[in-house]
Design a binder for this molecule. Structure first.
Ligand code: MG
Ligand code: MG
Length: 249
């Protein structure tokens, strides 16, 4: 499959999609606290998505049952909202969401500390978020895709954290997942040449311990092999001649 370049008009639609998604994230963030279930977060997301006349990109995607992925502690990605999953002080929860507006998708994720995090957890969240920013800074016309990947990997591994290899970022547009794949690891100076009009979902998934993960029998929920906590931050980013433009901020 070829990488689909977007026109300026399409990028403006994607920006409107990204703004709506940000509003969904803000509605969810306002609910994150000890004692809340991950299904409570799902309900907050569904209400905001309906209010904005957006369409969930996740609900029904390959049978996924919810608008949010809610991944708690050692869950890396694709956790399913549940009434039984109650957030407690010291937990972390990764919220991943995607919506369509005007036929264009936006995709972003944030990991929140619930109550007071441990020092290691706090550092994990800071480093993962900072690694996303380092990746975004490499989303430059004339660069290579591997420049993004390498910036994320080098920073996180220097901090002693594990970079998940089994899941990667992706191109995004009229479909949630387009070419190219955007790994969070690999050498700089390699991969497709970055061009104006490419839109990428860049999404480091970083473990406080080793990089290994396993998928539960539900086919979705992904855990760290060693039980260490895992963080996930994601933005949808357009590559423009004026530099990277984050559409989901
Ligand atoms: Mg996502
Ligand atoms: Mg994504």
């Amino acid at each position: 499959m070829a990488i689909i370049l977007k026109t300026n008009a399409e990028i403006e639609k994607m920006r409107r999609s990204g703004i709506a998604l940000r509003q969904v994230h803000e509605a969810v963030a306002a609910c994150v606290k000890p004692g809340v279930s991950t299904m409570d977060l799902e309900r907050a997301a569904l209400a905001k998505i309906a209010e904005l006349h957006a369409i969930s990109a996740f609900k029904g995607y390959h049978g996924f049952p919810a608008a949010l992925c809610t991944s708690v502690n050692d869950e890396v990605v694709h956790g399913m909202p549940s009434e039984k999953k109650i957030l407690a002080d010291g937990d972390i929860v990764s919220i991943d969401c995607g919506v369509f507006i005007e036929g264009f998708c936006s995709d972003s994720a944030v990991t929140y500390a619930v109550g007071t995090p441990s020092a290691l957890t706090k550092r994990l969240l800071e480093v993962t978020q900072a690694s996303l920013e380092r990746g975004i800074q490499q989303a430059l016309v004339g660069g290579r895709l591997g420049d993004i990947s390498h910036a994320i990997q080098a920073y996180c591994e220097a901090e002693g954290f594990g970079v998940v290899k089994e899941f990667v970022g992706h191109g995004i547009g009229k479909a949630m997942h387009e070419d190219p794949q955007v790994p969070n690891y690999g050498p700089s100076g390699k991969g497709p040449r970055l061009k104006a009009g490419m839109v990428l979902a860049i999404e480091p998934m970083i473990n406080a311990g080793g990089a290994g993960v396993k998928v539960l029998p539900d086919g979705w929920t992904t855990l760290t092999l060693d039980g260490s906590y895992s963080a996930h931050f994601e933005h949808t980013v357009a590559i423009t001649k004026d530099g990277p433009r984050v559409l989901t901020r």
